[in-house]
Design a protein around this ligand. Structure first.
Ligand code: HEC
Ligand code: HEC
Length: 369
């Protein structure tokens, strides 16, 4: 606007000057008796045209002459892999290339995974639905750590039929399974802002992972079975040496100084996962701790042997924890995982063997069927 006004004033000034000059020339020529030349005529005409143009600029719609904004191609939201080909999440820096609303929804989803208790815990700011654990306590690095129980295959494999429920399960249903079991809490409304954010985060994490594929390094590592039963007594020793310093002698964990989330989450007792949770199965617990515990361990530098992992799993999962009504689970009992610790079973092995092993004979019997 301002430059336009300056141009207009300049043109007006030139016009005035030309008029004055022209009049002066005429008067001088007349006095001297010279023929009057139309010398300034063209100059004045051009200036009038400029004046009209200068005025016209105020009626031109905004942006007609502005350069078109450069087209920013969004960077593809692709998955990242470790040097040995394990899925390890997606680069959050790329979120800025998404539209603002989607970006903030995904970021909120990630935040809910990382600091669940702040929003949904016993003193949560949104609702009080869970036992105080964060999803991230078990799904490390917001569900992106290789063999850290990550979410690499969630978007590519759901919805899928799961034998635990015998039904086709959506991502929402699976998230709520962990809400009700691992966080011993209450399901989120599937249309709530929180569930929409978690699902958006899962979808974003899954971009670049082909439908139905399960990238290497997703979920929990499968350890080889021991040829004996896992031993809670030996596991107690492992616990005393390698776990107690953080998780506490009663497995009670320790709250952070902010009092909202755990610095060290509980492993058993009232505030831990319940008997229907995935970690209550020995193979899940052993595979999780082998690649991730004590804190700082990773699949490529574990700090436990397989034996220690199985034994400490047996110890922790023989301690008290909340119960859960599991009567609706495993409608087809022949589909129960071999380490599901509650009968009835479609084979003749005892509950005790299904809980602690040895698992080899159960697996063999199943294969023969
Ligand atoms: C106490 C540990 C624990 C906590 C806390 C936890 N989960 Fe899980 N979650 C598991 C285990 C164990 C599995 C099953 C892994 C397996 O069987 O390989 C699982 C599986 C899942 C899956 C399915 C993964 C797949 O590839 O099929 C999703 C989705 C999921 N959890 C979401 C969540 C969300 C969201 C939260 C927080 C609201 C949460 N979990 C909290 C332990 C936990
Ligand atoms: C140096 C501290 C430290 C030690 C030692 C440690 N942990 Fe953990 N553990 C953690 C932290 C921290 C988390 C949560 C991780 C996160 O949120 O990123 C965790 C999470 C867990 C979880 C999943 C969440 C839950 O509470 O159920 C299990 C299971 C677990 N640890 C088992 C063990 C076992 C078994 C040992 C010993 C072999 C062990 N930890 C040793 C710090 C430790």
């Amino acid at each position: 606007m301002l430059p336009g006004i300056i141009v207009l004033i300049a043109v007006l000034l030139v016009l005035v000057v030309l008029h004055v000059l022209d009049d002066a020339m005429r008067t001088m020529q007349e006095r001297l008796g010279l023929p009057v030349a139309g010398g300034m005529k063209w100059g004045k005409r051009v200036t009038w045209v400029l004046l009209v143009l200068a005025l016209g600029q105020f009626f031109v719609p905004d942006g007609l002459f502005a350069p078109a904004p450069p087209i920013v191609e969004p960077l593809p939201q692709i998955a990242i892999y470790t040097s040995d080909g394990l899925w390890s999440g997606a680069d959050t820096a790329r979120l800025t290339f998404l539209d603002d609303e989607l970006e903030s929804r995904i970021r909120y989803g990630r935040e809910l995974i990382a600091r669940t208790a702040v929003y949904l815990g016993p003193n949560g700011s949104v609702a009080h639905l869970t036992n105080g654990l964060n999803c991230q306590n078990c799904h490390l690095d917001a569900g992106t750590k290789p063999w850290g129980n990550n979410y690499g295959a969630v978007w590519s494999t759901y919805p899928k039929v799961r034998s635990r429920s015998g039904k086709l399960e959506s991502v929402e249903k699976r998230v709520n399974d962990c809400m009700e079991r691992s966080l011993n809490g209450v399901a989120l409304d599937s249309m709530s802002k929180e569930m929409r954010a978690i699902v958006a985060y899962m979808e974003w994490l899954g971009t670049g992972v082909a439908k139905d594929s399960i990238p290497k390094g997703t979920g929990i590592e499968k350890l080889a079975f021991l040829d004996r039963a896992a031993d809670p007594t030996r596991g107690h020793e492992v616990f005393n040496v390698k776990c107690v310093s953080c998780h506490g002698p009663q497995g009670e964990g320790m709250l952070s100084t902010d009092g909202a989330t755990y610095q060290y989450p509980p492993l058993w007792g009232d505030h831990s996962y319940n008997q229907g949770a995935g970690l209550y199965r020995l193979s899940r617990f052993a595979g999780y701790v082998k690649a991730n515990m004590p804190q700082g361990a990773a699949y490529d530098h574990p700090q436990l042997t397989d034996e220690e992992a199985w034994d400490v799993a047996a110890f922790v999962n023989s301690q008290p924890r909340p119960a859960k009504d599991l009567t609706g689970d495993w409608p087809d009992i022949s589909k129960k995982p071999i380490d599901h610790p509650f009968g009835p079973y479609s084979d003749t092995f005892t509950e005790k063997q299904h809980k602690y092993g040895p698992f080899g004979p159960i697996a063999e019997a199943r294969q023969k069927k």
